[in-house]
Each structure stands twice: as C-alpha cells, then as structure tokens.
Design a binder for this molecule. Structure first.
Ligand SMILES: CC(C)(COP(=O)(O)OP(=O)(O)OC[C@H]1O[C@@H](n2cnc3c(N)ncnc32)[C@H](O)[C@@H]1OP(=O)(O)O)[C@@H](O)C(=O)NCCC(=O)NCCS
Length: 190
C-alpha cells in the first residue's frame, strides 16, 4: 500500500534518482529551479510517497515572493515513478501538500505545470496574470491556488526566491579531510 509521509534526510538519494528518471537533465534548466536552487524547502512541506519502503513519489513546496512583499509557496517538482503512475499517487501528494500548507497558515501556492492536470486541484492561470517568473516560461502554465481567499488579490511583480539558504559544504574542511586520508593511504603503502 502506498503511503504519504514527510520527507526525511535519508530520502534525498531516492528523491533525486526519481526526479532524474521523471525529468532528465532538463530539470535543472527550468526557470522554477532558479527559485529553488541553494534553498531549503518550506518547513514541514516536503513529502514522499512510499510503497513497501521504496520511494515512488515526491513533492515539495518552497517559499517565494509573489511580487514585492507578498509571500506564497511554489509547488514542485512533482514526480511519480513511471511504474506507479495513474493510481492516484500524484493527486494524493498534491492534496496532502496543499492541506498541510493550509493548516500551517500559508495563503497561496504557485507552480509552473500542465493546467489540465493541476485544474483538478483548483489551480488556475487567471490568479497569476500580474506575476512573472525570473526567466523563460509559458504564461499559460504559471498557475496558482489561493488557500486563503483573496491572498493573491492585486498580486503584481516578479516571483522571487524567499526560502532559507541551504547550508554550503565547508570546502576547506573537505580538502583538509581529503589530504588527511591521502596521507594515511601513502603511509600504509610505504
Ligand atoms: C504528472 C504525474 C506526477 C502524475 O502522477 P500520477 O500518480 O500518475 O497522477 P494521478 O494518478 O493522480 O492522476 C492521473 C491522471 O492525470 C492525468 N495526467 C497525468 N499527467 C498529466 C499531464 N501532464 N497533463 C494532464 N493530465 C495528466 C492522467 O492522464 C490521469 O488522468 P485520469 O485520471 O483521467 O485517468 C506523473 O505523470 C509524473 O511524474 N510525470 C512526469 C513528471 C511531470 O511531468 N510532472 C509535472 C506535471 S506538469
């Protein structure tokens, strides 16, 4: 049976493999990715679908600015493993993420995606008429859902990244650790 649960640190490798399978390398060229790269997802808003311990679906939500001074969430990437599609898992993930966001008091969710898929959850392009993405995108694929009525009233401007920065690896420490292990190997070989 497939269950939806909060993503944990040990899910990262499975999630990335699934996203590579679903989107290929083009996933890093998407304009939405410019709003996510180097950032952490919104707290408590990253979910996975799991079947007998295997990660088969993923969705995350990210903090963004919907124009100056107006907070919103960005949904994506959403992916379900090809062998598990058309069983309602994508819908479960989206509905779960939306409910959690609403419970946490967020006002609106944006995304760039296929309107025929996302319309079933209430996403529509008319709410984003005054917003634009920081790069190339198809205007009719920029969709939004208000979790609080009126949350996007008059929303106008550039959508920008607003998430907390992800911790960067300490390169000096990594180089020092690498030199240390290199010295140990040389000593053993001598
Ligand atoms: C899109 C995706 C997440 C859907 O997952 P899923 O678990 O198969 O979705 P569900 O089972 O909840 O829904 C299946 C329904 O959505 C429809 N659907 C799937 N992708 C669609 C799309 N891009 N546009 C319109 N409808 C779509 C299916 O035809 C099916 O329709 P039906 O209910 O009338 O039979 C999955 O196909 C996927 O990972 N695709 C590759 C990545 C991707 O394109 N993600 C973003 C979509 S913009």
């Amino acid at each position: 049976m497939v269950t939806i649960r909060a993503e944990c640190v040990s899910d990262a490798a499975g999630r990335e493999t699934l996203l590579d399978t679903a989107y290929g390398p083009a996933r890093f060229t998407k304009t939405s990715e410019r709003l996510r790269e180097g950032r952490l997802p919104a707290e408590q808003l990253a979910f996975v679908a799991v079947d007998q311990g295997r990660l088969v679906g993923t969705v995350r939500l990210w903090h963004v600015w919907a124009g100056p001074g107006r907070r919103a969430l960005l949904l994506g990437p959403l992916a379900v493993h090809p062998e598990f599609r058309n069983r309602g898992i994508g819908s479960m993930l989206v509905r779960h993420a939306i409910s959690a966001a609403r419970r946490l008091g967020h006002g609106a969710v944006l995304l760039v995606g296929d309107a025929p898929y996302y319309a079933r959850f209430g996403f529509a392009a008319d709410l984003t008429a005054g917003l634009w993405m920081p790069g190339r995108y198809e205007r009719d694929r920029l969709l939004a859902l208000e979790l609080r009525p009126g949350a996007l009233d008059g929303a106008r401007g550039l959508i920008g990244a607003a998430g907390a920065l992800a911790p960067m690896p300490d390169l000096n420490a990594l180089v020092a650790a690498d030199r240390g292990s290199h010295r140990r190997v040389m000593r053993r070989a001598a």
